[in-house]
Design a protein. Structure first.
Length: 100
């Protein structure tokens, strides 16, 4: 059974486990949301102004997640910018925002 952004009562998961059923689920939180300052769109609060500031924030967020022993996987909120949301790792034209 696939559950989307919903925490279940432990009894629900217990009975699925007892019956040998798999629950594919995720926590309802996004990872990322780092946007460059621009007048062309919006991102999230506290936008970065330089590549260095972007990389520092990205590294800090990523390291904080990697330090959690109970997290087995994660992905950035979105790979590319879309319309007015400017929090992707690439521009809407699929160009890297920072030197790779």
């Amino acid at each position: 059974m696939r559950k989307h952004q919903k925490l279940e009562d432990p009894r629900f998961l217990y009975w699925f486990d007892r019956k040998g059923l798999l629950v594919w689920s995720e926590m309802g939180a996004a990872y990322g949301g780092i946007a460059f300052m621009t007048e062309k769109g919006w991102g999230y609060g506290n936008q970065v102004k330089t590549e260095e500031e972007f990389l520092t924030r990205y590294r800090n967020i990523t390291q904080a997640i990697r330090d959690l022993d109970y997290v087995c996987g994660f992905c950035y909120t979105q790979l590319t910018d879309v319309q007015q949301e400017l929090n992707g790792l690439l521009t809407i034209d699929r160009e890297p925002k920072i030197a790779l």
